[in-house]
Structure formats: C-alpha cells, structure tokens
Design a protein around this ligand. Structure first.
Ligand code: NAD
Ligand code: WQD
Length: 372
C-alpha cells in the first residue's frame, strides 16, 4: 500500500508550478496531481519535470519511489466547476491530502484592461476549487499570493502585518483569494487549514536547464526580458522605467529570489499544514490560517540586475532611461523573519546563481519549450 500523500498542484505546468512539482518529487513523499489548462504553459514542462525525477531515482528504487516520480496530469480549466470536481471525484473522499493552488493569470497591465477575465479566472476558479476540495474532504490549502498585495507599502522591509491595498485588478484577486481562504478557515476551523505564500520576485530556473520560465511574446518582466535580449530573441533596447525613485541609484528595488528556494517554501508550507504542526498555535482566533512572505529580505535595483546579467551573459546590454511604468512602486523588499522563524524558510541562493541558471535555461531553450 502506497504511503505517498497525494497533492494536487494547480498551474503545475507553469513557471513556478513546474519547480514546485520538482521539489515535491525530490522528497519522494508525495504523489503529484497536476491540473492545468495550458493557457500560459506547455505540457512539455510536465514531461521534463517527471524525467528529472525519474533520472534522480537510484537503480534499486522501490515501486513507491518510482510512483512518486510520475505525475497524474489533468488538462482542466479551473473556471469550469464540473471539470475540477471530476478530478477530486476520481480520487474519492479523502483521496487527496492537500492542494497547492498556483494557477492564475498574472499580468498586471492586462488585468487593468480585462478585469472581469481576471476576477473569473483567479477568484471564481478559486471558489470552485475550494468547493470541490471541501466536498471531497481535502481541506489543506497552500495559496500562491504575491507581494503585490502590499500596494505601496509604508514600511520597508515589509512585514506581513502591513495593510493590504493592491492597486491592480490582478493584485486585488490575490487579496480576495487570501480573504476567501481565511474566511473558510474561520468558518470551519476544525476542517480547514490554509497558508498564503506572498512571493516576492522569483527568478532563475532549475540548474539542469530543462525547466524554466517561458513567456509568450515579449517578456514584460525584467529577468526574462534580459535573457531574451541576450539570446537574441528580442532587440537590444531595454527601457529602464524611471531613475528618479527614492532608492540608492534611483531605479526600483525588488526582492529577487531563486525559484527553487521559492519551491522549497511550498514543502515547508505543506509540513506546516500537517496535524502535528504548531504554526497555528498562536493564531488569535481558532481559525487556522496564516500568510507568509517568501523573499530574501535583500533589495536589488534594476541597474544591479542589468549588471548581474551582463556579468553572467557577457552581453553588452544597451538601455535607455524612460519614464516610470504605471503602477510601479519604489521598493518591494520582504521582511522574511516570520517565514524563517515559523516555517524554517530561508532563500539561500545568490543573485549570481539566479542569473547563471536563468542563462543556462535560456541558452538551452532559446524558444522556451518549443526549442526542440
Ligand atoms: P505561469 O503563467 O507560468 O503559471 C500559471 C499556470 O496556471 C499556467 O500553466 C497556466 O496555464 C495555468 N492556469 C491559468 N489559469 C488556469 C485555469 N483557469 N485553469 C487551469 N490552469 C490555469 O505563472 P507563474 O509565474 O508560474 O505564477 C504562478 C502563480 O504565482 C500565480 O498565481 C501568480 O499570480 C503567482 N505569482 C507569480 C509571481 C511571478 O513573478 N512569477 C510573483 C508573485 C506571485
Ligand atoms: C522589476 C523592475 C520595473 C521591465 C511583477 C508583478 C508582481 C509580481 C512579480 C506576480 C521594476 C523594471 C521591468 C523593463 C524595467 N508578479 N523594469 N524595464 O513589476 O516588480 O513585479 O512580477 O504577482 O505583481 O508586478 O517585476 O520584473 O516587471 O519589474 O525597468 O522592461 O524592473 O520597472 O522596477 P515587478 P518586473
């Protein structure tokens, strides 16, 4: 009889989801069920991540270990309640131990243009997922939130107690989903346990170069854009959005962390949802819900990132300083103390490693998953 805990990962084929699945499989404690509609991802990511897990198995691996290296793949749209319910029904009552809910649309600018699409895909889908999970007795949930919930934070580094005031529809969907999960944990405190993980700026890729971030079209985010420019997929015309911010070099400061550090945070969060965990003991009410920052606690400016990528790629980035980008805030640096103290989380990998692994992924896969 298998002792693997089944964990359902939504958005499993995406950038963060694929690295979270990698981390889960490394433990050989979980059987991963991936749910994704491939709106923004390739199914090849799941094939590649399972291959990484298979290749890591010793020759004498047990049948259970071999099972942990395979992924149950479901091509499902979370905005369709029947589809996600059918996944839970397939495993039966109590058949899935926990959910890591990563799937979402994430483009801040786009969310201001098509807010209803964002509310449907990010908020309605979360409700349907939780309804189906609850019906089948799966009441442990880890949620992918974002530093964007802090809007323009009054204090840097940002503690979790900061008031939430997201500016964009995208950011508001993150606040709403956090609230929904917190309300559910409050309504049924003996059943539900929830953790929101507020990611800061993830970067890098798996060191094998087999999985990584594969944005469609011109990347909007700094790291993938620099990689696309250096590999020749985009023109060498970086625009630096503003150098008149109240920061050391005038450009915006962000807290970049390696995606594999971020992925490890999900393992710690799952452990924190286990019955023997003490993380909810100090909750002010009997609701077992908390939110944690996942960041390094170290800010880096846009120009520092450009220089770090220049050192790694040896590419001569040309850039022009242009006006501020709408919605940008000067500094988003995490206070990582709570996650360190309560989850044991530490983002250990360096900026250089992030650049190295991103560049390795990009050069091996200049066109993302369509490279082969
Ligand atoms: P991604 O787009 O690479 O991955 C998201 C995945 O969810 C994709 O594979 C997509 O196809 C899937 N998906 C979207 N809508 C779906 C639906 N209705 N049904 C099924 N699958 C669906 O994005 P990512 O960078 O991996 O981000 C993952 C999560 O982390 C998101 O919730 C995002 O808001 C959050 N986040 C990301 C960042 C970041 O910088 N990447 C920072 C903070 C928070
Ligand atoms: C980083 C810095 C830009 C591109 C976004 C989301 C956030 C979260 C993480 C999901 C900023 C500057 C960028 C360019 C530039 N995602 N920049 N020229 O905006 O910090 O965070 O991803 O939750 O919600 O907003 O990341 O990589 O876009 O920008 O100067 O062409 O690089 O102004 O200061 P951001 P980013």
């Amino acid at each position: 009889m298998s002792e693997l805990k089944r964990v359902l990962v939504t958005g499993g084929a995406g950038y963060i989801g694929s690295h979270v699945i990698f981390a889960l499989q490394q433990t050989r404690r979980y059987k991963v069920i991936s749910v994704d509609n491939h709106h923004n991802s390739s199914p090849k990511a799941l094939e590649r991540v399972a291959k990484l897990a298979r290749d890591a198995l010793p020759a004498d691996a047990s049948a259970q270990d071999r099972d942990s290296a395979e992924i149950d793949v479901h091509t499902v749209d979370l905005t369709k309640p029947d589809q996600i319910r059918a996944v839970f029904a397939q495993y039966g009552k109590g058949g899935i131990w926990g959910v890591i809910h990563i799937a979402a649309y994430k483009a801040v600018g786009e969310s201001t243009e098509i807010p209803l699409t964002y509310y449907e895909n990010n908020v309605s889908a979360t409700v349907y997922l939780l309804q189906a999970a609850g019906e089948f007795g799966c009441t442990r949930v880890v949620y992918s939130s974002s530093a964007t919930v802090y809007g323009t934070p009054p204090v840097i580094p940002i503690p979790e107690t900061t008031r939430l005031e997201a500016h964009s529809p995208y950011g508001k969907t993150k606040v709403m989903c956090e609230t929904i999960i917190a309300d559910l944990c409050a309504a049924e405190p003996t059943r539900w346990r929830g953790l929101s993980l507020r990611y800061f700026n993830p970067g890098g890729a798996h060191p094998s170069g087999d999985i990584g971030e594969a944005p469609i079209g011109r990347p909007g985010n700094l790291f993938p854009l620099l990689a696309a420019i250096a590999v020749g997929r985009q023109p060498n015309d970086l625009k630096v959005f503003g150098n008149d911010y109240p920061t050391p070099d005038g450009t915006c400061v962000r807290d970049y962390l390696h995606v594999l550090d971020l992925a490890k945070g999900h393992l710690l969060a799952l452990d924190a949802l286990a019955p023997e965990s003490k993380v909810f003991d100090d909750c002010p009410t009997d609701a077992r819900y908390k939110a944690y920052n996942l960041g390094k606690g170290k800010g880096m400016s846009v120009l520092q990132i450009v220089e770090a990528m220049r050192a790694e790629t040896k590419f001569d980035f040309k850039y022009e300083i242009v006006g501020r980008r709408r919605g940008d805030v000067p500094d988003l640096t995490a206070d990582p103390a709570l996650a360190a103290a309560q989850l044991g989380f530490k983002a250990e990998q360096t900026l250089e490693t992030m650049c190295r692994d991103l560049w390795n992924w990009q050069t091996k896969n200049p066109k993302g998953y369509d490279s082969d």
